[in-house]
Design a protein around this ligand. Structure first.
Ligand SMILES: Cc1cc2nc3c(=O)[nH]c(=O)nc-3n(C[C@H](O)[C@H](O)[C@H](O)COP(=O)(O)O)c2cc1C
Length: 380
């Protein structure tokens, strides 16, 4: 049971771990692995529940879903099933004891009054364990499905600014107020009850651009970004720049990245399985659909360049590859702390099946390295 729902305690995810570890994208079938291996993630509710309870028991810090509404294209089956994230988080919070569970929310698709109340409800249910991962979105097809026109890039963040201001006001003691923005106009807003413990949920923003980063710095407790392909030094630079910009606004900001794990007792076994799942059994139909959405097709690139982009995309949706033995992966994870990162949201081909080995072998190594503390037993 969580006893302290202050913002500080929420940002620390109610524990002492220097490196926060979360599970990313388990609300979607296939998670972040664009593969057709039969053991790929189902995202069924029983599997989500099994994963969440295991994670909670093992001291994993958070669960972070992906905001998706339909599969990519029509040729493959990647992320065919996608559970809505605030309801997913609410169900999982109700089924666990201490883990922080995020909703990943498309600001342009959710009425802010509805979203603020849904999130406050989820938060109260867990005594302060709900987190908001705000995204502005990028996928035209999803917006068209809602009948909503996607704004120009920077205007997406202007809209998000009004949205998050309104939501924060609804979570504050303010009552009976109007919102008169350029985009959002609300009359006599009342939103009770407030989130747990007189605080608000921890807020992160997922993005890559400078505008996205500035938005996170101004409004959020954490910036969730992608550091694939970066050296330790480059990662450290990204973190340093984010924190420096935050300080100019008198704010503290945590930076998180994403990773894709294949952990096996020996290096070759891990690499072989990664090759098998990610290349031999790649969901090429989906890979091509994802590329086509970014206007990358055999018509827009030379055959060699297209082949390269295809292989890069097959590797997944942008997480740092963590493929190898428990020692190898523990070293890679501990290096993130050195780079100044606060945490990582990781994916597995099958979260619930692969988590026990990761917990048994990698977490104790991280504890010995001093970047995590052992999980205390849950109350029955
Ligand atoms: C780590 C990470 C996670 C993201 N998760 C989602 C998501 O779940 N759903 C979504 O529609 N967009 C997601 N995005 C995309 C962002 O919402 C945003 O649309 C995209 O990064 C483009 O904005 P930017 O130019 O500011 O980076 C994610 C981006 C990053 C970097």
């Amino acid at each position: 049971m969580i006893e302290d729902a202050s913002l500080q305690s929420r940002m620390a995810m109610h524990n002492q771990n220097a490196l926060k570890i979360g599970l990313f994208a388990a609300n979607c079938s296939s998670g972040r692995a664009v593969t057709l291996v039969p053991e790929r993630w189902s995202a069924s509710w029983p599997d989500n529940l099994r994963m969440a309870r295991l994670a909670d028991e093992s001291g994993i810090d958070f669960l972070l879903p992906v905001a998706r509404w339909k599969p990519y294209g029509t040729n493959g089956s990647y992320q065919h099933d996608t559970l809505e994230t605030i309801t997913w988080a609410t169900g999982l919070i109700a089924s666990t004891q201490r883990i922080t569970v995020f909703g990943t929310v498309h600001a342009p698709l959710f009425n802010p009054v509805m979203a603020a109340k849904q999130m406050a409800t989820a938060d109260l249910l867990g005594g302060g364990r709900f987190g908001l991962n705000l995204v502005v979105g990028w996928n035209e097809g999803e917006f068209e499905m809602f009948g909503i026109k996607q704004r120009d890039h920077d205007a997406r963040y202007d809209y998000a600014q009004e949205w998050i201001d309104a939501v924060k006001d609804m979570w504050s003691p303010k009552d009976n107020f109007d919102v008169d923005g350029e985009y959002i106009k609300l009359k006599a807003v009342r939103s009770n009850p407030k989130p747990a413990g007189g605080a608000r949920p921890i807020i992160m923003n997922a993005g890559m651009s400078g505008v996205g980063r500035s938005f996170a710095i101004r409004n959020c407790d954490a910036f969730f970004t992608n550091t694939i392909g970066m050296s330790a030094e480059q990662q450290a630079e990204v973190v340093k720049a984010c924190k420096a910009e935050a300080r100019t606004h008198g704010r503290e900001l945590d930076v998180y990245t994403t990773g894709d794990i294949v952990c096996r007792p020996n290096q070759k076994e891990a690499e072989d399985y990664h090759h098998h799942a990610i290349f031999e059994m790649a969901d090429w139909g989906s890979v091509d659909d994802i590329l086509a959405m970014r206007k990358i097709t055999p018509d827009t690139l030379s055959p060699e360049d297209f082949k390269k982009r295809r292989e890069l995309q097959a590797k997944g949706m942008g997480g740092v590859p963590l493929v190898g033995t428990p020692d190898h992966i523990a070293n890679q994870l501990a290096a993130l702390v050195q780079a100044g990162l606060r945490g990582i949201a990781v994916s597995f081909v099958n979260y619930a099946d692969e988590l026990p080995y990761f917990v048994a072998e990698v977490l104790p190594r991280l504890e010995r390295m001093g970047v995590r503390v052992p999980a205390t037993p849950l109350t029955k």
